[in-house]
Design a protein around this ligand. Structure first.
Ligand code: 2AM
Ligand code: CA
Length: 262
């Protein structure tokens, strides 16, 4: 049996330490240091260095676990116990000097997320959860928004980088939700979007075509805060991030809108 509470605390401390590094680098970052992984897919030495620090720390905390990491510091090793790491979620914000970016670390045991930590660097908010233990922000218990009406809700989304043949469908969903809610927000860090659903700042968040490291930790944090996370069919989402809808009480209302146009 993993001692999940103690593990979560140690991972939270690690994320905060690496967050200090990222924040320092943010103060003197210049755009000549940006590399392109693909169109719109940016990375810097900060992502890579932060990932090395995280992997080193996690190996000390739980030597037997494998890794799935965005920058590939470790070869993917998806055994019955592995970490899923995004060292910098919201890289585009970071590179443009915008404030919303985070570290996201999840732990998967036998295909279930059992631990999630998201550290939002600029507000220094550490969101944590472990399976069955509730969700927390800086050690204080958090829960989803009590709001039940779509028209009183604030909804987060992203603009997917690859829309394939779904571009018009996606914009129809956005149009519909925009006029029937308090509005839409596009923060640029999926991990932060999920945590903001968990603590009730957003009533819902949906996106398409993400990667596992963007969503793994945040999914558990939403669930432990009382929220629902599904794909666009309304079924439990596997952790690939391809379709994700996370919400509290308005889950069914947003799902219906998505399904009308998807
Ligand atoms: P990243 O910053 O770690 O790359 C923003 O809506 C979300 O999309 C972020 O979580 C961001 O993660 C992710 N993202 C950024 N570029 C992407 C790309 N080219 N393909 C898929 N997801 C991307
Ligand atoms: Ca990243």
């Amino acid at each position: 049996m993993l001692a999940l509470e103690a593990l979560t605390n140690r991972v939270g401390e690690l994320a905060k330490t690496v967050g200090v590094f990222i924040r320092q680098e943010a103060n003197h970052f210049d755009s000549s240091k940006i590399e392109h992984k693909g169109a719109n897919d940016l990375v810097s030495y900060v992502d890579k260095e932060a990932e090395k620090l995280i992997v080193k720390g996690l190996k000390k905390i739980l030597p037997e676990a494998g890794f799935l990491t965005e920058e590939g510091t470790e070869l993917a090793n998806l055994t019955d116990l592995y970490w899923v790491v995004d060292p910098l979620d919201g890289t585009t914000n970071f590179l443009h000097g915008l404030p919303v970016f985070s570290i996201s670390i999840g732990l998967i045991q036998n295909d279930n997320v059992v631990l999630g930590v998201v550290f939002e660097v600029n507000k220094a908010e550490c969101f944590t959860a472990y399976k069955g233990g509730g969700a927390f922000c800086n050690q204080k218990r958090i829960s989803i928004s009590p709001i039940k009406a779509l028209k009183e809700s604030l909804i987060a989304t992203g603009f997917p980088y690859s829309l394939l043949d779904k571009k018009d469908n996606y914009f129809e969903i956005m149009k519909s939700l925009q006029v029937s809610s308090h509005g839409l927000r596009r923060m640029g860090s999926a991990a932060v979007d999920l945590c903001y659903v968990a603590c009730g700042r957003f009533e819902a968040y949906y996106e398409f075509n993400l990667n596992p490291w963007d969503v793994t930790a945040g999914i558990l944090i939403v669930q432990e805060a009382g929220g629902i996370v599904t794909d666009f069919k309304g079924e439990y989402t596997s952790l690939n991030g391809l379709e994700i809808l996370a919400a509290g009480n308005i889950h069914q209302q947003v799902l219906s809108t998505i399904q009308k146009y998807w």
